[in-house]
Unconditional design. Structure first.
Length: 209
């Protein structure tokens, strides 16, 4: 597949980029920090086919990155809880350009505590502490649901920087018991989701095995 990855130099996005290339996909990396790519030279082994440098709210840059794609994976998150929180703005721009270009498959990430119902006290504290960020993510999800694209929203449980273990859980139901997931395994899950057309127009939860 030809996949455009937004947030490709982030802590999770970089794993999506490398895993996608390992699987043989043709990846376009969209980033505000092209210097952060491990191997930024297009056309070299295990390097993206193209790198688009820009802001996700810039329609021209977003359109350039999406043109010719089969699917888009968007991992959009603020670098800190203080923001700026722009996920809803960026994803709205992505959806608009995808719709105009006829690109159908979209996978976006969000945080599992936004939809979780247990453990109640920790979830409530997280929602209070990250209220602004979670409100932005909720607005993003609402925009995605309202689109006519073949979208999937993936709610990720707590992410760790440990080495991947090669297994994870994807469920339409809330987890009875959650477990953290490595960023490498989350990346593999996101690619599996993008490759699975049966998950279009659904919301899934992703956790460690």
């Amino acid at each position: 597949m030809k996949i455009t990855v937004f947030g490709s130099t982030g802590r999770t996005g970089s794993h999506v980029l490398s895993e996608g290339l390992r699987r043989g996909h043709e990846i376009t990396a969209f980033t505000r920090r092209p210097d952060a790519l491990t191997n930024p030279q297009p056309g070299t082994p295990l390097a993206p086919a193209a790198v688009v440098h820009g802001d996700g709210r810039d329609p021209a840059a977003v359109r350039e990155a999406i043109t010719g794609a089969d699917a888009v994976i968007a991992i959009i998150a603020a670098s800190s809880r203080n923001g700026p929180h722009q996920a809803a703005e960026v994803v709205s721009q992505i959806i608009g350009q995808m719709t105009d270009l006829g690109v159908r498959r979209l996978v976006v990430t969000s945080a599992y505590p936004i939809v979780a119902d247990k453990p109640r006290v920790p979830i409530a504290l997280l929602r209070w502490f990250l209220a602004t960020a979670y409100a932005d993510s909720a607005a993003m999800a609402q925009t995605v649901r309202a689109s006519n694209l073949d979208w999937t929203i993936a709610y990720l449980t707590r992410l760790t920087n440990k080495p991947g273990v090669g297994s994870f859980r994807i469920s339409h139901e809330l987890f009875r018991k959650t477990s953290p997931i490595t960023r490498a395994d989350a990346a593999a899950a996101l690619l599996d989701i993008a490759e699975d057309a049966t998950l279009a127009k659904t919301e899934v939860n992703v956790a460690g095995a």
